[in-house]
Design a protein around this ligand. Structure first.
Ligand code: GDP
Ligand code: ZN
Length: 316
């Protein structure tokens, strides 16, 4: 038996890294118990596992056991809403790359991303890339956003792969940590990573990983060792995120600055929408809670409610 970390998964095969240097192609043995029946994948990148070599082959092995995860990041399956896909486990931090333009910033996406990292309080860094092409007005807006997110407790970094601004800090943040790296396609994730780790070309692997089987490209993450210490878990560009598997209460919990004041709401089950004496609404009014965050919250809970409505009335 050996202990290792899953660095890649194709759904049926798993690449496991042992002692930081040796890799084994592994499969799972027979019936493997799922931690949660809603999970579509029993094993995720980042999982620590014990493996046993298969007789007659030096490079293939069988995964016997998953060592208890200390955290994980899940997203709702884009195809089946009651199914959850574990993107990665055992991460030290998450990093989301966004841009003010090319592509335009979607505020909702940023706050939705936190719905994946907040349940386990995974520290999350927001990286604003391509600041070299921002207009003065956009830079001003960006500074206001940085203030909002810093105040909530998120680290924010401004970068440009063109002028190299922020790249030293970007590298420092990654070093000696296991980081889940994410961003919508086109934000410059591959360019940024390549700038600090030239041997790692994320674009190449995304293309070579394409299964070619119909419309769905791979949604599996992959872990890379960084030469300056630490690991990067790259996730293929996420287009949209839905969270209708969460309850309104879950969502309210994941807005950490709302949760911090919610004990002061008159009703203990306050949804922070129409209830009187709501500390969150008061916060929005007196400027301690960002109206942008509040809008994201409202749109998320509206989505959950309309989803539940259609499910309850499926027979109509
Ligand atoms: P990915 O899909 O997130 O991996 O994005 P890429 O790394 O492929 O970058 C998308 C495009 O943005 C490419 O044409 C890059 O050259 C460009 N790009 C990346 N970073 C920057 C940046 O900081 N400033 C500018 N102006 N362009 C950038
Ligand atoms: Zn409230």
């Amino acid at each position: 038996m050996m202990k290792g970390v899953v660095i890649k998964s194709t759904g049926s095969w798993y690449k496991v890294l042992v002692n930081e240097v040796d890799t084994y192609d592994c499969r799972i043995a027979g019936k493997f118990k799922l931690m949660d029946k809603r999970f579509t994948n029993p094993i995720a990148v980042g999982d620590e596992v014990t493996i046993e070599l298969e007789s007659g082959d030096e490079n293939t092995a069988v995964i016997r056991e998953i060592i208890r995860r200390h955290n994980y990041v899940v997203r709702q399956s884009p195809r089946k809403k009651h199914h959850l896909h574990i993107i990665a486990s055992n991460v030290d931090q998450a990093m989301l790359i966004v841009t003010m333009r090319e592509p335009n910033l979607k505020m909702g996406f940023l706050d939705r991303f936190m719905m994946m990292t907040e349940p386990y309080s995974i520290p999350t860094v927001i990286v604003f890339n391509k600041i070299d092409i921002c207009t003065p007005a956009e830079l001003k807006k960006l500074d206001a956003l940085i203030k909002i997110y810093n105040q909530i407790g998120y680290k924010v970094l401004k970068t440009s792969a063109v002028t190299q601004e922020g790249l030293t800090e970007f590298k420092e943040l990654l070093s000696d940590k296991v980081t889940l790296l994410s961003g919508q396609s086109g934000v410059g994730k591959s360019t940024l990573v390549n700038a600090i780790e030239p041997t790692l070309d994320l674009r190449t692997y995304e293309i070579s990983d394409f299964s070619g089987k119909g419309q769905h490209t791979t949604t599996f993450a992959q872990m890379f060792k960084l030469s300056f210490g630490g690991y990067l878990i790259d996730t293929p560009g996420i287009k949209s995120l839905s969270f209708t598997h969460l309850s309104i209460k879950d969502i309210a919990h994941n807005f950490r600055e709302f949760f911090a004041v919610s004990s002061q709401c008159r009703y203990s089950d306050c949804s922070h929408r129409n209830e009187p004496k709501c500390a969150v609404k008061d916060g929005v009014e007196n400027g301690t809670i960002s109206p942008i965050r509040y809008q994201s919250y409202l749109s998320l809970i509206d989505e959950v409610e309309s989803q539940n409505y259609w499910e309850m009335n499926e027979d109509l």
